[in-house]
Design a protein around this ligand. Structure first.
Ligand SMILES: CCCCCCCCCCCCC/C=C/C(=O)SCCNC(=O)CCNC(=O)[C@H](O)C(C)(C)COP(=O)(O)OP(=O)(O)OC[C@H]1O[C@@H](n2cnc3c(N)ncnc32)[C@H](O)[C@@H]1OP(=O)(O)O
Length: 241
């Protein structure tokens, strides 16, 4: 059984390992997170300005879609960040999170134009934007070792509301798209064909909606665990003092 000093040194080693990233990794992640914070802030300002000028959400998605597609697609890099050990995050959790966003942006709102003005699109856009500004600024300030408490608080508390709101917006948007997909048969392959393969995008959307049932709780409880680790861990240190 190791002594408390050895335990202490092992704990110190773990903390040091956690804190010390390779310099070029820190530099890249800092640049990446600053760029993503700025991108989502540009999106937030554009949405606010659109609504102030037009007084309606009709046309909002079209006005910000290029910025949204760029920065949400750029987030695919985060799967590589995990896979190459640049950050301490589960590849699976990040993969599900990023893929769900990419699916919504490219295979729902970009592909099915009829639903772009649904109120549910605004619901998930607002949830995503507030979340990502908070998340990327949290990572930025963490890397710079100057993390304001309100950003840490926001990072590990806002998701409790924003996750359900965003998921509701996504599911309502997919549900609104179903009639258009069924009528048009878009992105589907019917039999008979030379490959003898069929694909029904309408069924695919229903399967994706059902997949939220097992997958969303995994993400939400992951965030609750991160919240307990980061906030509860801080409280534990204060009690010991
Ligand atoms: C083919 C079809 C696919 C369809 C799939 C459908 C599935 C549908 C089910 C899922 C539905 C989800 C829908 C999503 C909706 C929304 O997002 S609504 C808006 C609200 N959302 C959120 O609040 C979630 C935001 N996302 C995240 O927080 C992350 O993506 C996460 C992966 C879910 C959790 O992040 P994670 O990194 O695991 O936690 P943290 O505590 O923040 O970080 C852990 C450590 O990793 C470090 N780190 C991570 N990234 C970076 C980075 N870019 N730069 C620097 N550091 C990073 C972080 O600092 C932590 O480090 P340590 O302190 O050392 O632990």
């Amino acid at each position: 059984m190791a002594s408390s000093e050895e335990d202490g040194s092992a704990e110190d080693k773990e903390n040091n390992k956690k804190k010390t990233k390779r310099p070029f990794v820190t530099a890249w992640l800092t640049i990446y997170n600053i760029a993503m914070t700025a991108g989502w802030m540009v999106l937030a300002v554009a949405m606010i300005r659109f609504y102030i000028q037009k007084g309606t959400h009709k046309g909002l998605y079209k006005s910000i879609s290029r910025t949204l597609k760029f920065f949400q697609t750029f987030a695919l890099l985060e799967i590589f960040h995990c896979a190459f050990g640049m950050v301490r995050t589960s590849v699976i959790v990040t993969g599900v999170q990023v893929c769900s966003r990419i699916f919504m942006v490219w295979f729902v709102t970009h592909s099915i134009k009829q639903i772009q003005n649904e109120e549910s699109v605004v619901l998930f856009l607002v949830a995503w934007t507030v979340t990502e500004i908070t998340r990327y600024s949290f990572y930025t300030f963490s890397l710079l070792n100057h993390l304001p408490y309100f950003i840490k608080w926001a990072r590990y508390n806002l998701f409790i509301v924003l996750y359900p709101v965003g998921v509701a917006g996504e599911l309502l948007t997919i549900y609104a798209a179903l009639p258009y997909v069924r009528k048009s048969g878009m992105l589907s392959v019917r039999l008979p064909n030379k490959y003898n393969v069929s694909f029904d995008y309408y069924i695919c959307l229903i399967i994706v909606m059902l997949s939220y049932i097992p997958l969303f709780p995994q993400l939400f409880f992951h965030m609750l665990r991160q919240r307990r680790k980061v906030l509860h861990g801080e409280v534990m240190v204060e009690k010991e003092d």
